[in-house]
Design a binder for this molecule. Structure first.
Ligand SMILES: NC(=O)c1ccc[n+]([C@@H]2O[C@H](COP(=O)([O-])OP(=O)(O)OC[C@H]3O[C@@H](n4cnc5c(N)ncnc54)[C@H](O)[C@@H]3O)[C@@H](O)[C@H]2O)c1
Length: 314
């Protein structure tokens, strides 16, 4: 099998790359390095099954050329910062929706018929059913969630036109090695800047779940290996739920830091944030997937990784 992985030099994409290569398959990583890092794929550069192409997903011509001969596309490139859309109303539209359509056009031109796509728990917004199942309606409260929901629908439409197979994964936050954005990253960065007081968004009460990246990638390949519908939609979440305050305490303990915490906000971290994220994982569990790492273990592993790679915080 030959895989084209957009965003393959990013946090989650680079773990997908490692998994594909471990299985003996071939990979073309297509990445513009806007947030991705060569460091995350450097260990694969000498592998004859690995090819790195620098390019923008929005450049459909270049992407089409890179995609030739691929059997499967992982479209992992995207604007992953949920907060960014409040100040910049175009970035999610361009990077999550237009970029996805560019990938779909390149697939149609090259005859690739399988795609996996990382959607998000944000498509459910402030869901009123917890745990939230896959058939809960789209109720996004951010442009990030809205454009991911729209991208899911574009994928479904192309899959219907051309009889493709699509795998759509709605993740909660992933943590682990090569993590470069999110609450753990923000807290460690703030500790570096001001070791006396830690200022935090929200009032500490929002409740979140998270999945350790190796567990999440295992879930993705479990689904791809077991399901054959035209469109396969799976939540990837964790049954462990922690408040933001508990998450921060776990980060501080793992970092070995004692500091005064100062919460600056209300019941959500920012406009568009969702104060309770808890996905129903029964569909995934039926395939035999179980997470190996608790939420807190995932946090500890991430802190250890960032402590060993302090340059990532700069
Ligand atoms: N990290 C999470 O917890 C999480 C949760 C839900 C969904 N997702 C989704 O998973 C995907 C990967 O997230 P991540 O955390 O690994 O983010 P990331 O920022 O580490 O990775 C994104 C990668 O895509 C590349 N990229 C971005 N725009 C590009 C473009 N126009 N052309 C080519 N390359 C481009 C970046 O350089 C980077 O390598 C994203 O689509 C994100 O929305 C992530």
């Amino acid at each position: 099998m030959k895989y084209l992985i957009t965003g393959g030099a990013g946090f989650i994409g680079s773990h997908i790359v490692d998994c594909v290569l471990k299985n003996g398959d071939r990979v073309v990583v297509y990445d513009n390095f806007s947030t991705g890092k060569e460091l995350f794929v450097a260990h694969n550069l000498s592998n004859k099954n690995f090819k790195l192409t620098e390019g923008d997903v929005l450049d459909t011509k270049k992407l089409t050329s890179a995609m030739k001969g691929a059997d499967f596309v992982f479209h992992m490139a995207g604007h992953a910062d949920v907060r960014g859309g409040f100040d910049d109303h175009s970035v999610d539209h361009i990077q999550n929706l237009e970029a996805t359509q560019s990938v779909l056009e390149a697939m149609q031109k090259t005859g690739v018929t399988k795609i996996a796509f990382p959607s998000t728990s944000s498509v459910y917004g402030d869901a009123t059913v917890h745990p939230t199942p896959e058939d809960y309606p789209f109720e996004p409260t951010s442009l990030y969630g809205a454009t991911k929901a729209a991208a899911e629908n574009y994928i479904r439409a192309y899959a219907s036109y051309y009889d493709w197979q699509a795998y759509i994964f709605r993740f909660v936050s992933f943590v682990g090695e090569r993590y470069t954005h999110g609450i753990i990253f923000d807290v460690l960065k703030k500790l570096k800047k001001n070791p006396k007081v830690l200022e935090l968004l929200s009032d500490g009460t929002p409740k979140k779940s998270s999945v350790y990246v190796a567990d999440g990638v295992e879930a993705i390949f479990k689904v791809i290996g077991s399901t054959r519908d035209r469109v396969n939609i799976f939540n990837i979440g964790h049954q462990d739920i922690l408040t933001v305050d508990e998450i921060v305490d776990t980060i501080l303990a793992a970092a070995g830091v004692e500091i005064r915490k100062k919460y600056l906000g209300g019941e959500r971290g920012w406009k568009g944030d969702n104060s309770f994220v808890y996905l129903d994982g029964r569909k995934l569990k039926k395939l035999g997937w179980e997470q190996k790492y608790s939420f807190q273990e995932g946090i500890r592993k991430t802190v250890a990784y960032l402590k060993n790679n302090p340059d990532l915080l700069d």
